[in-house]
Design a protein around this ligand. Structure first.
Ligand code: FES
Ligand SMILES: [Fe+2]
Length: 469
């Protein structure tokens, strides 16, 4: 470190590092790329926030959890499944959130309906939790056999002479709102809610050029965790932890350079540059070293030898060019209109409360975070990875879910790379410690960094608007 980058702390007499460690900014990194900056990635938005501590009550208190369950979850748009999960009339999928259960049914080639998954006779779930399949042209309760048509009208009650007092019209299945965006089927239990597209704020505009519709679910991994659902999600909303939790990534990921944007109550994002060294390193890698270690496929980011860069090339420009060639060769997909950043960087959009989309030209993904049952201290992460439907070929079937128990490693999944599994294990193993530490806390609250953890604060600010109103 240069002497000029240090100053003396007046009280301690110690030398203090004065370098702004989140520089260069993400914006500066993409402006130095060899391709023009995408207008969507050029946007920045990080409004001023209160810097007050956030009480651990939000994560560990059963009463707060009950308020979330009563005031928040029934009033927000959530993803229940993909359209490709229910392609035929009569196909259904069940989505559970806490004590609620929603059954989503395709009733025509154009229309999907969603109902509370509870019988109007004596309450039995009509379809098992988390199940998918076909119900053909009727939905029948597995207890006494009351039966509904796909549009929710009551079709048949066994021993109907015993139910002369029953109003058939009043005993339609109770509907919830349902709408689709980019092939995702969303539901909302608040029938007076704002429409989905309004709720999604800037998301539809930003994803116009990164559409999911010609991509399919190639991998679906579900992990059970011992932590609150927000602990699980917030672990993926900042990269402040990278040098400690993922030290091996620092050579090739600009963790502290990440840009954090907040667009409204429901949508925020982070943009993380690949192919640059973390500002936490005292000795960043050279462009050649970066290219060697950051290329996809370079096993465990190991040194593969010396890369040759021509004049004007950077590690990022070569990584982007190689990705474009790979996508053209493997899927017939032309990524030439996309900037280098759109092709290689990690561009994650969070939609309140529990969705995290990976955007960009070459990465399409979705993680859904939710409580595991009605338990403050348990969570589930569903992680979907998408691949392009190869040109001229039929759409592959969506991947079946692969379930990983709380005490098992992501390495168990045959579909995740060893590198991805290792990073996910690092992230999720800390979550139990955090949850237990919050219970053990004498301070009772967390103190967040002003910028790198601003989206964690955003989550709680929006959450408060729901649970307090
Ligand atoms: S509980 Fe459903 S038919 Fe009796
Ligand atoms: Fe992480």
């Amino acid at each position: 470190m240069e002497e000029s980058e240090q100053s003396l702390d007046q009280q301690s007499g110690q030398k203090v590092d004065q370098r702004p460690r989140n520089r260069p900014s993400y914006r500066e990194i993409i402006e130095a790329d060899t391709s023009p900056v995408s207008s969507i990635l050029a946007l920045t938005s990080n409004p001023a926030q209160s810097q007050a501590d956030i009480p651990f009550e939000h994560y560990v208190d059963d009463d707060f959890f009950a308020r979330e369950m009563g005031r928040m979850w029934p009033r927000v748009w959530q993803i229940a499944c993909r359209e490709e999960h229910i392609p035929e009339i009569g196909d259904y999928a069940v989505y559970d959130i806490g004590r609620y259960s929603i059954i989503v049914v395709r009733i025509s080639s154009e229309e999907i309906k969603a109902f509370h998954n509870s019988c109007l006779h004596r309450g039995t779930k009509l379809k098992p939790s988390d199940s998918m399949g076909t119900t053909q042209d009727k939905i029948q309760c597995p207890f006494h056999g009351w039966t509904w048509n796909l549009d929710g009208t009551l079709n048949e009650v066994p021993c109907s002479w015993e139910f002369e007092h029953l109003d058939y019209d009043q005993n339609r299945l109770r509907e919830v709102l349902v709408d689709s965006w980019n092939g995702f089927v969303f539901v909302n239990m608040d029938v007076d809610s704002a429409p989905l597209l309004d709720y999604l704020e800037v998301l539809p505009e930003h994803f116009k050029q990164w559409r999911f519709e010609d991509w399919y679910v190639a991998v679906h991994v579900r992990k059970h965790l011992h932590c609150n659902w927000k602990v699980a999600m917030e672990g993926f909303m900042e990269a402040y932890h990278t040098p400690v939790v993922h030290p091996e990534m620092c050579q090739v990921v600009g963790d502290w350079n990440m840009q954090h944007d907040i667009f409204g109550d429901h949508v925020s994002r982070d943009l993380c540059p690949m192919g640059v060294s973390s500002p936490s390193l005292d000795q960043p890698l050279t462009q050649e070293e970066l290219l060697n270690r950051a290329r996809p496929g370079s096993a465990a980011m190991s040194d593969l030898g010396v890369a040759n860069l021509s004049a004007g090339q950077t590690a990022r420009s070569v990584m982007a060019q190689e990705a474009r060639q790979r996508f053209q060769g493997e899927y017939g997909l032309d990524l030439s209109s996309h900037s280098d950043a759109e092709v290689i960087d990690s561009l994650k959009y969070n939609v309140f409360p529990n969705l995290m989309f990976s955007g960009g030209a070459s990465k399409h993904g979705l993680s859904i975070f939710r409580p595991d049952g009605f338990d403050t201290n348990k969570a589930i992460i569903d992680r979907y990875s998408f691949l392009p439907v190869p040109k001229g070929q039929p759409r592959p079937e969506p991947a079946e879910v692969f379930v990983i128990a709380e005490d098992e490693s992501y390495m168990k999944s045959p579909d995740l790379s060893a590198n991805d599994a290792s990073v996910l294990d690092q992230d999720t193993s800390i979550m139990r410690w955090q949850q237990e530490g919050m219970h053990a806390s004498a301070k009772g609250a967390e103190t967040l960094s002003s910028y790198q953890e601003s989206r964690v604060r955003w989550l709680h600010e929006t959450l408060k608007k729901y649970v307090d109103n």
